[in-house]
Design a protein around this ligand. Sequence first.
Ligand SMILES: [Zn+2]
Length: 94
Amino acid sequence: MVIEAEAGEEFAGSERLRVMGCPACGVLHAIPETLVRQAQQKREAMALYCPNGHAWHYLGTSDAQKLAEERERSASLTAALDQARAMLAGAISQ
Ligand SMILES: [Zn+2]
């Protein structure tokens, strides 16, 4: 079976495939959707390879990394707020 495809298209057979264009050579190839989702989460920690052997990965920060950074920032702000409250309570009681 021959299917005409463009980058970004998806196919559903026994497994959903996403058509990708290699960032280095441009060759179109299909990658299982589950692998694409893993690569999107892991970013630079997971390389994908085109049929010509070029390694590439998704850029940017994954949702999991963003969440971890946001949690860290929230904990830091909470600690600063607690410290400010303690100082204010100390100033009022004097
Ligand atoms: Zn390539």
